[in-house]
Design a protein around this ligand. Sequence first.
Ligand SMILES: NC(=O)c1ccc[n+]([C@@H]2O[C@H](COP(=O)([O-])OP(=O)(O)OC[C@H]3O[C@@H](n4cnc5c(N)ncnc54)[C@H](O)[C@@H]3O)[C@@H](O)[C@H]2O)c1
Length: 250
Amino acid sequence: MEFEGKVVLITGGAQGIGAATARLFAKKGASVAVADLDGKRLEKLEEDIKESGGNFKSIEVDCGKSEDIEKMISETSKTFGGIDILVCGAIFRPTKPLMEVKEEDLDHAWSVNIKGYYLSVQKIVPEFRKRHGGKIVLISSTFGFVGAPNFSVYCACKGAIVNMARSFSFELAKENINVNAVAPGPIMTEGMEELIKKDPTIESHRTANMPLPRFGKPEEIAESIVFLSSESSEYIHGHNLVVDGGYLAV
Ligand SMILES: NC(=O)c1ccc[n+]([C@@H]2O[C@H](COP(=O)([O-])OP(=O)(O)OC[C@H]3O[C@@H](n4cnc5c(N)ncnc54)[C@H](O)[C@@H]3O)[C@@H](O)[C@H]2O)c1
């Protein structure tokens, strides 16, 4: 199997895109660790993946906290003997008009959505060095390239991730570490369902002007993440792979 012997750590992967990615990696033979706040959903994912014969480790942590990030890395490495691939997807989405955003929303968002990704990369590099290389896929968004009303905090975070992937690649490519990002368009995940519950207009507006006017499936993003983690992507560095049904084509 393609990822036999490889170890993957996914943040924010108890549901949605991260969970689909965990399932796909496990199906392809990788040992998978998922770090997430939601212990119940982690348990369910662990059950599913182990039932299908996969190697899985759940780690209940807050990926916006430095000590928790260290814990997720050391537990993954201890359980599986090292780490080859990091996927960062944990997300806090405060969707509010600009004038209603509170300072604590900003602190929370920056720490999970920006600082958490940064520290995860910084702290995993020593693990990758032990294996003489690695693959990092940060989940950005089409909202890292365009703005949207009530999403200013989210868009700011995703813009940071777009450029983080580019900048990290300058320092890590020479160590045989690929850093890239996947920028999904609108994907129907549990997180998206919650957004639609708060504002039902999102469902029709979000896909209205797209060449392919439908929500994507988490599995369609998982395929791109796995591709950027594979040997087929050795020459791809600092790239944001847009997977969006053409959302950014308009
Ligand atoms: N769904 C979309 O339309 C879409 C579009 C573009 C980009 N993305 C990005 O893809 C990624 C996954 O999105 P999704 O819709 O699948 O997410 P989701 O909202 O369905 O799931 C997010 C997961 O992150 C976890 N999480 C939140 N805060 C955390 C923290 N502090 N520490 C650890 N885990 C935490 C949650 O428990 C949850 O399991 C995110 O980075 C998101 O921004 C999603």
